[in-house]
Ligand binder design. Structure first.
Ligand SMILES: Cc1ncc(COP(=O)(O)O)c(C=O)c1O
Length: 453
């Protein structure tokens, strides 16, 4: 939960500021009362600068971002949208919410979209392709974009789990036609709940903006909603000013989060590199890995299950793999897919065998940016022990303090906000430190379902 781990005085003061300067909590209108404070707008500007894109639209969640982006690409009733079998359930929910038909590819050893299977599933009804950059790592975007361009189909990158990661020098989310991010509580940066859509395409962002605000189309944040003709439909997916303020305070911390995650992951991979029976996830561009999760494979499903039991007994957490596939694997979602004629009568649990064979051997370990060297060493030692010793479960859980619950683990890092003293109010237009440049650097969202020891 990297963004959350670094929440401090800056976020508390940013929120307090909103109340100090008028207390207007909605992003649009009320110009006189709000005394020049438009935090959501500022967050959008800062985020688009940081990502190096022309347009950014902040919304109420990553799920909302996906729905809005799909609608902005014109996805409607009966349109096929291709995504991958391994993703958080929100990706498919969003396609379904737009009336689209989810067409699901296998994943490969990268745990992202298998481009060969993508090519095989394109039809003349395919309206969009949605690769998902899972657990900080970019999908094989070269191949995916080549296939998409050959067929003239737009690409929407679901970068909810990979904010700050990159692929061959381009930031994830900015490579296809449109990208979506989540700022929920467990992501690289967090606004509690929130999301962002980014694109260089003015027409896409105009449609997205309207869709996120009941169809309001005048694009002028200062026009009262009742003066807008809003001829098209939409939703209330607006981000609140409080979330915008928190986002502005979190964004400058993103580079620190990514740098730290990468370093911790490097140390862990190094520490586990010669562990018998353990192989690492394939990464299309290792330099772009946002570093939020350490993923490796055991030799069999049984070995992975035994590792996971040992790991839990030692008080450590996993993240999705192998224990929460119900949330992250399409073969578990007959409640969504069973309603479509193309899936009716089919045994959904058996549809993506290549993916299942990979996922069932996988172990994913969430990394915390505030881990101390000792906590990292303990994690490596526990992983080596769990990988190598079948009878570990019989051992007393002496080391059952996870890095998350270990009071020593975070020593030396800044703690919570406490009673924040807000000395320097963040006024309109003030650019938070560290923003305004495009990073050459280039994360799974922690969906809250991993056992928290
Ligand atoms: C791949 C993916 N897409 C979309 C979402 C939805 O984001 P949110 O929780 O902000 O609605 C998530 C959240 O975990 C995700 O992991």
């Amino acid at each position: 939960m990297p963004g959350y781990e670094l929440i401090g005085e800056e976020e508390a003061c940013a929120v307090k500021d909103v109340f100090t300067y008028g207390g207007v909590l909605t992003r649009y209108g009320h110009d006189r009362k709000r005394r020049g404070i438009y935090r959501v707008e500022e967050f959008e500007r800062a985020f688009s600068r940081r990502m190096g894109v022309r347009h950014a639209l902040a919304v109420s969640s990553g799920s909302a971002a996906l729905i809005v982006a799909l609608r902005a690409l014109g996805v409607g009733d009966g349109d096929e949208v291709i995504t991958q079998s391994y993703t958080f359930v929100a990706t498919l929910e969003a396609i379904a919410a737009c009336g689209g038909v989810p067409v699901v590819t296998e994943i490969d050893a990268t745990l992202t979209m298998d481009p060969d299977d993508l090519a095989a599933r394109i039809t003349d009804r395919t309206k969009a392709i949605v690769p998902v950059h899972t657990m900080g790592i970019g999908a094989r975007m070269d191949a995916i974009l080549r296939i998409a361009r050959e067929h003239g189909i737009p690409v929407l990158e679901d970068a909810a789990q990979a904010c700050g990661g990159s692929y061959h020098g381009e930031l994830l989310g900015t490579i296809g036609n449109v990208g979506c991010f989540s700022f929920d509580f467990e992501k690289v940066i967090t606004t509690g709940e929130g999301g962002m859509i980014v694109t260089d395409d003015g027409a896409i962002i105009a449609r997205a903006r309207a869709c996120a605000d009941h169809g309001r189309e005048m694009q002028d944040p200062h026009t009262p909603a009742d003066s807008d003709p809003h001829p098209s439909g939409g939703f209330n997916f607006r981000m609140s000013e409080l979330s915008g303020a928190v986002g502005l305070a979190q964004l400058p911390k993103m580079d620190t989060v990514i740098r730290r995650q990468r370093e911790i992951k490097r140390q862990i991979q190094e520490g586990l590199s010669d562990t018998p029976g353990l192989t690492f996830r394939e990464v299309p561009d290792p330099t772009g890995d946002a570093g939020n999760t350490a993923v490796f494979f055991l030799e069999s499903r049984e070995a992975a299950a035994a590792f996971a039991r040992c790991w839990r007994e030692r008080g450590h957490a996993t993240q999705n793999l192998p224990d929460s596939l119900a949330w992250d694997y399409a073969a578990e979602w007959s409640h969504i897919l069973g309603g479509y004629p193309r899936y009716r009568g089919r045994k959904i649990s058996t549809l993506w065998p290549q993916s299942r064979a990979i996922l069932e051997r996988g172990i994913a370990i969430p990394l915390q940016v505030t881990m101390t060297p000792d906590a990292i060493d303990r994690l490596i030692a526990a992983a080596r022990a769990c990988a190598g010793t079948a009878n570990l479960r019989a051992r007393p859980a002496r080391e059952a303090r996870s890095s998350a619950s270990d009071p020593e683990a975070h020593r030396g890092f800044r703690g919570r906000a406490g009673a924040a003293r807000c000395r320097r109010p963040l006024r309109r237009g003030a650019r938070p430190r560290g923003q305004g440049r495009r990073s050459s650097a280039g994360r799974r969202s922690y969906t809250g379902r991993q056992p928290q020891p």
